[in-house]
Design a protein around this ligand. Structure first.
Ligand code: COA
Length: 154
């Protein structure tokens, strides 16, 4: 049984390790502790109730008027393909909708996952320039090979 809930400071180490495990494979960008602490309110986690371990995480970052980014999605290797990532995204989308978000986007190497949740592929140029602020700090800039995807809601 898994519990989906907002992250707490006490989860940061596990979130850090989960993201770092994929960052070391070049699948995700690393998130330093400072960034996780500052943005802890953005994070949702999946907790395995049997051992209290964090097995999945994801975040919703408000970007612009009615626009938000789904980011930092990671599910532990041993727990993939059980619907955990989808549950996290659904929780993030529901929260965004409460705030009035009309368009969600993501930059990802896992397009099939986001496609299964209704996202469609777009070009980065269709997204507001504001998103480039963080891209400029990315080690891959300007040779970004992530796929941009969006989901519009009524
Ligand atoms: C992407 C990721 C978060 C998905 O989490 P997950 O819990 O395994 O995904 P789910 O079980 O909720 O998958 C939901 C659906 O997405 C699709 N999907 C997920 N992973 C997929 C894969 N590797 N290949 C093809 N389709 C996939 C499937 O349609 C799946 O439904 P199904 O299992 O019934 O066929 C996880 O694979 C992960 O942590 N990957 C490494 C990090 C990463 O790439 N993060 C995204 C960057 S933002």
């Amino acid at each position: 049984m898994y519990k989906y809930r907002h992250a707490k400071f006490s989860d940061v180490e596990e979130i850090y390790n989960l993201i770092a495990s994929y960052a070391s494979q070049g699948i995700m960008l690393p998130k330093p502790h400072s960034v996780l602490y500052e943005n802890i309110r953005e994070f949702v986690v999946a907790e395995n109730l049997s051992d209290k371990k964090i097995i999945g995480t994801g975040a919703l970052h408000m970007t612009w008027n009615e626009l938000a980014e789904v980011r930092s999605m990671a599910v532990h290797e041993n727990y993939k393909r059980q619907g955990i990532g989808a549950e996290i995204v659904k929780k993030l989308l529901a929260e965004g909708i409460e705030f009035g978000v009309k368009k969600f986007f993501t930059l990802t190497y896992s397009p099939q996952f986001f496609q299964s949740l209704g996202f469609t592929t777009t070009t980065k140029e269709t997204l507001p320039h504001k998103i480039w602020k963080e891209c400029i700090e990315c080690p891959k800039f300007p040779n970004c090979d992530e796929i941009a995807m969006t989901l519009e809601v009524d």
